[in-house]
Design a protein. Structure first.
Length: 674
C-alpha cells in the first residue's frame, strides 16, 4: 500500500481529543482524514543550494533577531535571572583563565551565527582540509556546536560523534570516516572528552589537526597539532567564504548509527537531504518566525541537528539550548515547567521520559486549573509513547502531545501525527510531504515480493528527497535497498509496521529484534506492551536469550516506577496471564534499577543482549575449570562477541569450552591470563 506526501494534515489548531477512538467516524471523508498539502514549495528547485546558503539567507532575512538562546543549566533564566554562585564562577574563570565555558546565559543573533559558520569553514580550509574532507565533532551542546556542524558541512563533510562513546569506538568511527580534523571540547572541568582526544588523536592515520573548543594552541603534544577554537577563528574572515560553497547533491555529513547489535555505521546525508527534511517538518508543524523551539536532544543526533536545528533556523525561530548535556543538564528536567513559561517555548521535541517528568511535576501541583503553558505542540519520538502518558500530558497541560517516527537514514523525521488524527489504532502518524512510504513483503533472500494491503504487517520502506545517500562502507548497503518494478529505489528501515485505511502508520516491532524461538518469530513489542500494563512497571525491554534447544527464548527486563516494589516472578506471572501468544511468554523477568539507554533516551538493547550472552556462557561453563570471567560486547563483524578469560593455558580447557558451548549459536574468543 502506497501513501503519498499529501497524506499529512497541516493543522495548527491547539486542540486535541484526549483519547483516540478505536475506529474512525463512519461519516469521515477521505479528504478530512488525509487533507492534501501543497508540497511544491519544498521541491528541490525551491530550496537553497546548500545548508550554507540557507543559513546566509536566514541571516539576511532575520538579521539581528536571536537565533540561539543558551542556558548553562536549568537555573539560568536570562541575563538578569542568574544565581549569584553561577555568575561568580563564570566571572572567576573568565578573569583567571580567560575562558567562557561557564557562562550561564548567551544569545547569538542570526548574523552572528552566519558569521561564525563562515569562520569555521574558512578555518578548516586554513588547516588544509581537502576537497570533501571530513571533520569529526566531539562536542556537547554549545552554540559553537551548531557553528562547527554547519561550518564543517560547508568546507567538506561533518562527522558528529557521540562524546559519551568509549575512545576506541570514537577512533574507529574517525578512521572509517578518514577524518582530517577533529573539533572537540577542550580541557574543561567535569568533562572526560579531552582525555579521550589525547588518547586517540595520534591513532587516527588521516588526522591532521585538532581544534579545541575553550582550549588553547598546543603544537607540542604528539604528531597532531592542537589549535584553540576561538584563536583560530580570529585569523580568518567572517564575511567572505574562502572556498566554493557546496551544492545540494554534495555530501554534508556522516552521522553514525547502528542496528540492534554491532558497532556504528556511517550514514551519508546530502545537503538536499537535510534541507528537504527541515522543509518537510516546517511545512507540517505550526512553527512560525519568532517562535521558540526547545532543543534538549544532543546535536550529534539527527533530530537536534536537522529537524529542530536547521528547521528552526530556516523558519526564523529561536532555538533554546538547555545546556551542554541537553535535557540531562543540571536542573533542567526539574525546572522544565519554569523554562517553558519563562522563555515562552512554542514547540519542543523530546523522548517520553521527559514528558513523564512534566506530568509528575504537574501531578504534584495542588491546582492546575489556571496553568497557562505557552506550548503550541509537543512531539515525542525515539521511543514508544504510551497512550496513558499521552492522555495524561494533554489532559494536564491542554497541549497536544503527538508522536513521530524517523531514523538517521531518513535524515531525521519520516512521519508525524496530525494534531487531530483519525487513526484506527495507536499510530506514529502520517508520512511527511514528498515521502513515499510503503509496507513491503520481502522474502528471505531480501527480494521484494510485493507491497502489502491495508492492515497487513510488513517491513517499512521509504523513498524521497530526505532519504540518505547510503552507508559509507559498501558492505553495510547490502540488503539495505529495494527496487520496485518501475525502478524506484526504497530504503529498508528494518522496522515492521502496517498502514490503516487512512494511511496512518503503526509500528509492529523491529525485524532485526525478532526473537526466533524454535523457528517461531516473536515480536518483542508484544511482550513489552503486555508488561507495560503491569501497575508497577515503568520500562520494559524483551530480548532473546541463546538457547541450546530452541535457538532463542525470550527474556524480559523491567524497571519499576518510583517507590514501587515487586519481584520479577510477580511480573512474570502477570505477563504469562495476559500475553496473547504463548510462545512469547518470557522464560525470565529481570528487574533492573536502571535500564541501559542511549544518549537520547532509547533503550539500548545491545547491552541487554550482552547480559544474556554472558549469563548463558557462565552457566554453560559452570563445570569448566580455570575460567576467570566472561565479557560480551557489540562487534562489527559478529554482532556480539564474547571474550572468555582463562587462567594459564591448560591443554584441555579450550576443548572443554568448545564442548560446553557447541549447541549455542554464539561468537566467542578465548584469552589466556596469567
Amino acid at each position: 500500500m502506497q501513501i503519498q506526501s499529501e497524506a499529512l494534515k497541516s493543522s495548527q489548531e491547539k486542540e486535541l481529543s484526549a483519547t483516540r477512538t478505536d475506529q474512525p467516524a463512519d461519516n469521515l471523508t477521505d479528504e478530512v482524514a488525509r487533507p492534501s498539502i501543497d508540497a511544491s514549495q519544498i521541491n528541490a528547485d525551491q530550496l537553497p543550494p546548500s545548508v550554507y546558503h540557507a543559513i546566509q539567507q536566514a541571516a539576511t532575512s532575520f538579521g539581528d533577531s536571536v537565533a540561539i538562546k543558551y542556558i548553562l543549566n536549568g537555573n539560568a533564566l536570562g541575563p538578569k535571572n542568574i544565581p549569584f554562585k553561577q555568575r561568580a564562577i563564570h566571572q572567576a574563570i573568565k578573569l583567571l583563565k580567560g575562558k567562557t565555558f561557564a557562562q550561564p546565559y548567551r544569545e547569538i543573533t542570526y548574523k552572528q551565527l552566519a558569521s561564525q559558520v563562515t569562520q569555521v569553514a574558512n578555518a578548516l580550509k586554513h588547516l588544509s582540509l581537502s576537497q570533501g574532507g571530513v571533520t569529526s565533532l566531539l562536542l556537547p551542546n554549545f552554540p559553537e556546536t551548531y557553528s562547527a556542524l554547519w561550518g564543517a558541512e560547508t568546507a567538506g563533510i561533518a562527522n558528529p560523534i557521540n562524546p559519551m562513546l568509549e575512545s576506541d569506538i570514537i577512533a574507529e568511527i574517525m578512521s572509517s570516516a578518514q577524518s582530517e580534523v577533529l573539533i572537540a571540547l577542550g580541557p574543561v572541568p567535569g568533562s572526560d572528552i579531552w582525555p579521550k582526544v589525547m588518547a586517540i588523536k595520534d591513532k587516527v592515520p588521516s588526522l591532521k589537526a585538532v581544534i579545541s573548543l575553550f582550549g588553547d594552541d598546543d603544537h607540542s603534544s604528539g604528531s597532531v597539532p592542537v589549535y584553540g577554537f576561538h584563536q583560530l577563528l580570529e585569523k580568518v574572515s567572517s564575511n567572505h567564504l574562502a572556498c566554493e560553497p557546496p551544492s545540494q547533491q554534495d555530501t554534508a555529513a556522516y552521522f553514525h548509527t547502528g542496528g540492534t547489535t554491532g558497532l556504528p555505521k556511517l550514514a551519508m546525508q546530502s545537503h538536499l537531504n537535510q534541507l528537504s527534511n527541515a522543509a518537510q517538518v516546517n511545512l507540517v508543524l505550526p512553527t512560525e518566525q519568532g517562535d521558540t523551539m526547545l532543543v534538549g536532544l544532543p546535536i550529534f543526533h539527527v533530530n537536534a541537528a536537522n529537524a529542530t536545528g536547521l528547521g528552526s533556523i530556516t523558519k526564523g525561530a529561536t532555538i533554546l539550548m538547555t545546556g551542554p548535556a541537553g535535557f540531562r543538564s543540571a536542573e533542567v528536567v526539574p525546572n522544565l515547567l519554569t523554562l517553558l513559561n519563562h522563555f515562552n517555548v512554542s514547540i519542543m521535541m523530546a523522548v517520553p521520559t521527559v514528558y513523564a517528568s512534566i506530568v509528575e511535576q504537574l501531578s504534584e501541583m495542588s491546582d492546575t486549573k489556571d496553568l497557562d503553558i505557552s506550548l503550541k505542540i509537543a512531539i515525542s519520538g525515539a521511543a514508544p509513547l504510551s497512550p496513558a502518558l499521552k492522555h495524561k500530558f494533554s489532559q494536564l497541560t491542554k497541549v497536544p502531545l503527538i508522536e513521530g517516527y524517523g531514523a538517521t537514514e531518513t535524515t531525521a523525521v519520516s512521519t508525524l501525527m496530525p494534531i487531530k488524527d483519525n487513526a484506527v489504532r495507536q499510530s506514529v502518524g502520517l508520512p511527511l510531504p514528498l515521502l513515499d512510504l510503503q509496507i513491503a513483503d520481502i522474502d528471505e533472500s531480501g527480494n521484494l515480493v510485493g507491497f502489502c494491503d491495508t492492515d497487513q504487517v510488513g517491513e517499512i520502506v521509504v523513498s524521497g528527497p530526505n532519504i540518505f545517500k547510503g552507508y559509507l562502507e559498501q558492505s553495510h548497503n547490502d540488503q539495505s535497498w529495494l527496487v520496485d518494478s518501475t525502478g524506484k529505489r526504497y530504503f529498508r528501515t528494518g522496522d515492521l509496521g502496517r498502514l490503516d485505511k487512512y494511511g496512518y502508520l503503526a509500528l509492529a516491532g523491529r525485524q532485526k529484534e525478532l526473537i526466533i524461538r524454535g523457528g517461531h518469530n516473536i515480536d518483542p513489542k508484544m511482550i513489552e506492551d503486555t508488561a507495560s500494563k503491569h501497575p508497577d512497571v515503568s520500562l520494559a525491554a524483551a530480548v532473546g536469550r541463546p538457547d541450546a534447544y530452541a535457538g532463542e527464548v525470550p527474556v524480559l527486563y523491567v524497571t519499576l516506577k518510583e517507590n514501587h516494589n515487586v519481584s520479577g516472578e510477580s511480573v512474570l506471572s502477570f505477563v504469562t496471564e495476559h500475553i496473547q501468544e504463548r510462545a512469547a511468554t518470557p522464560k525470565q523477568v529481570i528487574v533492573l534499577d536502571d535500564m541501559p539507554t542511549t544518549a537520547i533516551g532509547k533503550i539500548f538493547k545491545p547491552q541487554l543482549n550482552c547480559f544474556q550472552v554472558e549469563s548463558v556462557i557462565k552457566t554453560a561453563l559452570t563445570d569448566v575449570e580455570h575460567i576467570a570471567g566472561v565479557e560480551a560486547r557489540p562487534s562489527k563483524q559478529h554482532g556480539i562477541l564474547a571474550t572468555i578469560n582463562v587462567y594459564n593455558q591448560p591443554d584441555k580447557v579450550q576443548n572443554d569450552i568448545d564442548d560446553a558451548l557447541a549447541n549455542f549459536a554464539l561468537h566467542y574468543c578465548i584469552e589466556y591470563i596469567s
